[in-house]
Design a protein around this ligand. Structure first.
Ligand code: URP
Ligand code: ZN
Ligand code: ZN
Length: 469
């Protein structure tokens, strides 16, 4: 068979296996993985392009299943859009992103999908799919089958964000889980307990406390039980209905305990992800100068939560690591003017997902190489219904690949990054695991750590089901 490109001499790492092998690509697909493919192709003289990966790991492109690009939120719009956001993804070795299409005001789900296609089509540099947020169950429930027909099989409900007009209540969640069970969809939930959270915020929302504690109030008003109680409730509804539940951006050890207990008693329809920032950053940052920059929702927690989440990743109750990328510039973050409830919430993350998990997971002996690939590439693809084409370096899969050097560290500096955020939560950190070469569907989009792809290469990925793990 004629090949177009061969990635030669690398160590191919999949979630189930590590091997010394070449990877041959034809068009947009992986055509073969095996020994000496480059030597054989050169001997037959057919002008194949050789990409040398000697001394490097050849891993599947990262699959970040939780991003917000150009999201209108907190009175502004998140700064990374489908241009800068997907360039950042590529440079970080992420070749698939899944964003949340969110209806505004009285919008239908269909209107949200149209809006999100307008933001992404012809612009994205890596492949993309959407989840869709159900912001008004009664009005939007009849649209679910139509969404699934368009390849959107995963839905999100928020247990908070009444001010954004996004909040769902228990009855909405219960009914969505029931309906999605019948339709073979999956419900993703932002789990925070809104009534108690609002009460805790009210108690502190006064000039004296704001002056005294500043951005640290973000953490003071969101103790762990705010997330834990909400996860517990969502899990209860999932167990009662049998609907598939995926808890997004889980930030607490308490949450990991609840998911583990549920799965141990047989609730295999319950899943949870965490995000890279919850594994390496803690809430002491809010007390520092510029601490407000780190405000995200849910907020960073304690080192003990980090340790519990790493354990959950290794053991299985945390099935995927995403970023919840929702970038805001310093100017946007400055909108808080000393009131923590007005900080645009979220941070950049796409460019540093694989480097953070590789450096602080694999190099810190918390995860094996295969587990790293499992949590950042294979399982996220699989659980979101993309496992037939993404998340593995195997024959027949999309040629989505990141080549990473095992040790070479790069100092994080937002000035040299593709994100348009003018700060980074990891500024000055030395991280290995940046992608030297990224391929998306066979096309080289990062070469020598620099983005070289083009707008519009990324394709929308319709899905048939949420998949299984
Ligand atoms: O603060 C965050 N995470 N912003 C994005 C919206 C969400 O809740 O995921
Ligand atoms: Zn959320
Ligand atoms: Zn999010």
């Amino acid at each position: 068979m004629r090949f177009d490109k061969i990635i030669a001499n690398g160590t191919v790492v999949n979630a189930d296996k590590t091997q010394q092998a070449d990877v041959a690509i034809r068009g947009e697909k992986i055509a073969a993985v095996g020994k000496n493919l480059a030597a054989k192709a050169k001997a037959s003289g057919n002008g194949v392009q050789i990409i040398n990966a000697k001394g490097c790991y050849v891993i599947p492109g990262g699959v970040d299943v939780h991003v917000h690009l150009a999201l209108p939120f907190c009175g502004t719009t998140s700064s990374d859009d489908y241009d800068s956001g997907t360039k950042a993804a590529a440079r970080g070795g992420v070749t698939t992103v899944i964003d949340f299409a969110i209806p505004y005001g009285k919008d239908t789900l269909q209107k949200a999908v149209v809006n999100w296609h307008a933001k992404s089509d012809g612009i994205a540099c890596v492949d993309y799919a959407y989840h869709i947020a159900i912001t008004n169950w009664q009005r939007q429930k009849q649209e679910l089958p139509k969404m699934i027909d368009q390849g959107i099989t995963t839905f999100k409900q928020f247990m908070i964000y009444a001010a954004e007009g996004w909040q769902s209540d228990d009855a909405d969640m219960f009914q969505a889980l029931e309906a999605l069970k019948d339709l073979n969809g999956m419900l993703m939930v932002h789990a925070e307990s809104s009534r108690v959270l609002d009460e805790l915020i009210d108690r502190r929302h006064n000039p004296k406390d704001m002056k005294k504690y500043g951005a640290y109030l973000h953490t003071m008003t969101r103790p762990n039980f705010i997330e834990a109680e909400a996860i517990q409730r969502a899990v209860q509804w999932a167990e009662a209905t049998g609907g598939k539940l995926y808890v997004v951006h889980m930030s607490t050890g308490d949450g990991a305990d609840i998911i583990k207990n549920a799965r141990d008693r047989g609730a295999k329809n319950v899943f949870a992800e965490t995000c890279a920032q919850y594994l390496v950053l803690d809430d002491s940052l809010f007390a520092k100068k510029d601490g407000h920059l780190y405000a995200t929702c849910p907020q960073l927690k304690k080192p003990s939560d980090q340790a519990r989440l790493w354990k959950g990743i290794k053991r299985g109750e945390v099935c995927a690591i995403s970023t919840d990328t929702c970038s805001f510039t310093r100017k946007q973050k400055a909108m808080w003017k000393g009131d923590w409830t007005k900080i645009p919430m979220g941070m950049p993350g796409l460019e540093t997902l694989l480097p953070i998990v590789y450096t602080h997971g694999v190099l810190a002996n918390r995860l094996s190489l295969k587990q790293f690939v499992d949590k950042c590439c294979y399982t996220p693809a699989k659980i979101m219904g993309l496992g037939h084409r993404k998340g593995a370096v195997k024959k027949g899969m999309d040629a989505d690949i990141a080549i990473i050097h095992p040790k070479k560290k790069i100092k994080v500096d937002w000035r040299k990054m593709e994100t348009n955020a003018d700060w980074s939560p990891f500024q000055g950190w030395d991280l290995a695991g940046f992608s030297r070469t990224t391929l998306c569907r066979g096309n080289v989009i990062v070469d020598d750590y620099k983005f070289c792809g083009k707008n519009g290469w990324g394709q929308f990925l319709p899905r048939k089901s949420p998949g299984r793990i």
